[in-house]
Design a protein around this ligand. Sequence first.
Ligand SMILES: Nc1c(C(=O)O)ncn1[C@@H]1O[C@H](COP(=O)(O)O)[C@@H](O)[C@H]1O
Length: 164
Amino acid sequence: MSKKPIVGIVMGSNSDWDTMQHAAQMLEQFDIAHEAKVLSAHRMPDDMFQYAEDAQANGLQAIIAGAGGAAHLPGMLASKTIVPVYGVPVASKYLRGEDSLYSIVQMPKGVPVATFAIGEAGAANAALHVIAGLALHDADLAKRLAEFRAKQSDTARSMNLPGY
Ligand SMILES: Nc1c(C(=O)O)ncn1[C@@H]1O[C@H](COP(=O)(O)O)[C@@H](O)[C@H]1O
């Protein structure tokens, strides 16, 4: 039987998956039980409200929400749950995601959404941030996160520049 998800990855459209799959891959890599689904504040507001209202009772410890353009999904989720919401601005067709970034990051005081960079690095980092929080209470996960960081340092140290 698959483990009950503790992280929810949601996105406004399946067109966001190219970006949001990087969050899923990171959680997969660290063996964190998660779910991924399309959920839109604009196109399916009742489903979105229900998801947020049930999130805590369903055992979710974090929600990673990605959306592009008028990206209201992360903020609206945050307005309906105390489960922390990590927002990922997806690059939009016309404004390259600046619109997504601004609409996620500019939350009114009192309803926070932790906002990450536009695109796949933001999606991966949102997952890593969630993992860091979980690792505070999970020694094995903390060890694996430290190993991931050490490997990354090794890769950076071995980078050569042409002619130097
Ligand atoms: N920003 C939102 C929301 C929302 O915030 O509720 N729902 C869909 N969308 C976004 O619309 C973009 C285009 O969607 P389509 O590709 O389906 O036309 C996507 O990036 C999606 O996140």
